[in-house]
Design a protein around this ligand. Structure first.
Ligand SMILES: Cc1cc2nc3c(=O)[nH]c(=O)nc-3n(C[C@H](O)[C@H](O)[C@H](O)COP(=O)(O)O)c2cc1C
Length: 378
């Protein structure tokens, strides 16, 4: 209530990127220097529901709701975000070299659509720059690290850039996500093509084995994050490559370059320029994509479902479509600090209503009845 009635209107009166830094600066300051941090944890994490726990790709998750990549690119706010009830937080995208990203303004709200449009372009301090912060985490949530390609590195040399970040951050991440799907780095999505993707994933898995043997720990789970604009054949190709490369899972999906079905005036959207759309316009697209992946892989490849989860019902639908875990970004911006705990409460209530004693029994339970030949990519 406080968020919707008072704080959101204040933050939404600022340019979107400024609001991001002002709100997180204020919140992390509040948590560090006052009892507010303790109080936040009490409100957001009270009585965790054991039915929400799950063991996915070798890791224990206290609940299925995570924070998607892009919110905390440089792992600056991990510990305060972990107080908000997220079971995992994916930091990044981190690139091999530090970079400023695209010119501002590069992040816009589309309130009529409960959406965002961004062309941030992987602004981040580089993988090496995040090492110190990742080392000092209290690790109250599972730590995912999302890695991408430095803009100035040629596509032919992309593997080396990903390998650099992977090697530098190995041991600091519980899992890695390989991002080949951002629309805001020129050419990046071409890495989703069969040959390039196979080479990249095999190189990463080889390095994974080498580093694990050297440091006497188990190899890290590696996931791939894909675009919601791939068509069925392209997704099926990617899935075959994921399985051949023994990936731990898939993150579906990133923002979309489509501009269909928006309520916001088309000319206004056009004026905002290039970028990926996130939030409510993605809900159905991501749901159908996840449903397809689950059916195509017979539930054998764990899926993190992300895209347009704006309510507890959306999160529940995503799990029933086949997602073992879900992530949110835009829903959190519109829904406020209690968003993760409200999603978890709704998932618990749905389990209770159906008499299910574990979230595992819900995953994919509706993927067959959701089955539709309707394409998600148009
Ligand atoms: C401002 C912004 C920045 C983002 N940055 C990244 C990023 O650096 N890496 C990434 O993999 N995804 C990034 N994303 C995509 C989100 O992680 C997520 O896949 C997408 O927004 C769909 O989820 P949502 O509808 O809940 O926002 C970004 C999204 C937004 C809105």
């Amino acid at each position: 209530m406080l968020w919707q009635a008072l704080l959101r209107p204040i933050f939404f009166s600022l340019p979107a990127e400024t609001a991001h830094y002002v709100s997180m600066g204020a919140f992390s300051g509040l948590c560090r220097y006052s009892p507010a941090g303790w109080l936040t944890s009490q409100i957001c994490q009270s009585a965790p529901d054991p039915r929400l726990k799950n063991h996915v790709f070798g890791l224990d998750f206290p609940n299925p709701v995570g924070l998607a990549a892009g919110f905390d690119k440089d792992a600056r706010w991990f510990d305060v975000l972990a107080r908000l009830g997220f079971g995992h937080i994916e930091v990044g995208t981190l690139t091999g070299e530090p970079q400023l990203g695209n010119d501002k303004p590069r992040l816009f709200r589309l309130p009529l659509d409960r959406a965002l449009l961004n062309r941030m372009g992987f602004n981040n301090g580089g993988s090496l720059g995040a090492v110190g912060r990742l080392k000092s985490l209290t690790r109250r949530s599972v730590v995912g690290v999302n890695i991408g390609k430095t803009k100035l590195v040629e596509l032919e040399n992309a593997d080396g850039d990903y390998l650099k970040s992977f090697s530098v951050l190995f041991g600091l991440a519980d899992y890695f996500t390989v991002n080949v799907s951002s629309p805001n780095t020129p050419g990046l999505r071409q890495l989703q093509n069969r040959d390039r993707l196979t080479a990249l994933l095999q190189a990463l898995q080889l390095r994974n084995q080498e580093l694990a043997a050297q440091s006497k720990i188990v190899p890290r789970p590696i996931l791939l994050k894909i675009a919601p604009d791939l068509n069925r054949d392209e997704v099926d190709d990617v899935l075959a490559i994921c399985q051949d490369s023994k990936l731990a899972g898939i993150v579906a999906a990133n923002t979309t370059i489509a501009r269909t079905g928006l309520q916001t005036d088309a000319a206004q959207v056009e004026r905002l320029g290039a970028g990926g759309i996130s939030g409510a316009p993605l809900t159905n697209r991501a749901l159908r994509l996840v449903s397809h992946i689950y059916r195509q892989t017979r539930g054998e490849l764990p899926i993190i479902g992300v895209g347009g989860i704006m309510s507890g019902e959306d999160a529940w639908n995503m799990i029933c479509a086949g997602a073992s875990l879900v992530q949110v970004y835009t829903g959190f911006i519109y829904g406020g600090p209690l968003f993760a705990s409200s999603l978890n409460r709704k998932i618990s209530a749905s389990l209770q209503r159906l008499g299910l004693d574990s979230i595992r029994n819900a995953i994919g339970s509706r993927s067959v009845s959701n089955a539709t030949t309707e394409p998600w990519w148009v």
